[in-house]
Design a protein around this ligand. Sequence first.
Ligand SMILES: *Cc1c(COP(=O)(O)O)cnc(C)c1O
Length: 406
Amino acid sequence: MKIKFSPPYVDDTVINEVVDSLKSGWITTGPKVKALEQEIKRFSSAQEVLCVNSWTSGAIMMLRWLGVQAGDEVIVPAYTYAATALAVIHAGATPVMVDIEDDFNISVDAIRNAITSKTKAIIPVDIAGFPCDYDDIISLVSEDSILALFEPTSEVQQKLGRILILNDAAHSLGAYYSENKRTGCETDIAIFSLHAVKNVTTAEGGAICLNLPAPFDNAELYKQLRQMTLNCQTKDAFSKSLNGCWRYDIMGLGMKINMPDVNAAIGLAQMRQYPALLAERKRIFNLYDTSFAKLSWAIIPPSNFKNKESSYHIYALRIKDINEQQRDDIIDEISKHEVAVNVHFIPMPMLSFFKQQGFDIANYPQSYKNYACEISLPIYPQLTNEDVNLVIDTVTDAYKKITFSK
Ligand SMILES: *Cc1c(COP(=O)(O)O)cnc(C)c1O
């Protein structure tokens, strides 16, 4: 493959940080995780940040903490990576899928129509790194009629007194929601993914941002959740390793989802240079935009609107007036020229597991419309301007070849 889709960013600072962890004699959760949490906290202005071993496990834990149970509903967009809904099912609740808007993000009107007395949380997803309209969602859950509908069935739900907003920020680390305010600090909870293909990675990992309103104490909650990531054990491996500190207790049913220090080291070195890496992503995004804006058949993805600015995680190109088969043919043609592209995302109602549960793509027309003509182009700091021009030429040639032959 001449142009890969999304290789991780590994330079000498990343390698040195990992080696430093290996040589330190401490490789699981410890000082590197703490340092990474501090970096992400400072960068995103979240009140507390807790690192775990994936977005998925972090979301499951937060929904369990919320106390969802069988019959409870969590609203998610149909257009996202499957983990958004799978986490809900793992936590024991029912995902309620709603359609999206033209900009790929969850429709606030659709959320309104889907809210019932069983709704316990909403998971808006910042698709491709472009933030959702959190203000609209926050005012929606605070409306009198919606508050009156809310039926808390756990202590945490009682304390919150309304539907929880858990932002799936898997793509949006570094995006701006409002002037000078990045994602991660706007919603009750936001979770970044640090998976290998994301903007910042720890190979596998997630970062949970806590911004619960009073009377919640986010610093206290951080401690409680930290313990929950370690089987609810009163001492982590580090404190237990100290002389004479062998005794511990188990306080409840936790999970084992802590992030190891060797992993955190990768993300730590990346976070320290993330503003520069983001600027490189923006360079590539803008090169694509400039070229595709001149082509009548191309629809360029949302990146800047009012004070919102993308984290440039995915370049979601759409092509006008083509069907799903033509899109697939264009991708086949591009692949022949050794340029790796992708589709983000196959709407969940089109996946076997969700079909079996009765979800039908016919009920999500905007999701299908966006999906059927979407092609995600490579976007990462290592790409040169020549690489990007090669991608643009390859996509353009493939488009012409497929549509002219019809
Ligand atoms: C990557 C991704 C996830 C899952 O992240 P993991 O860290 O792999 O669990 C969740 N939601 C979206 C939108 C994603 O793209």
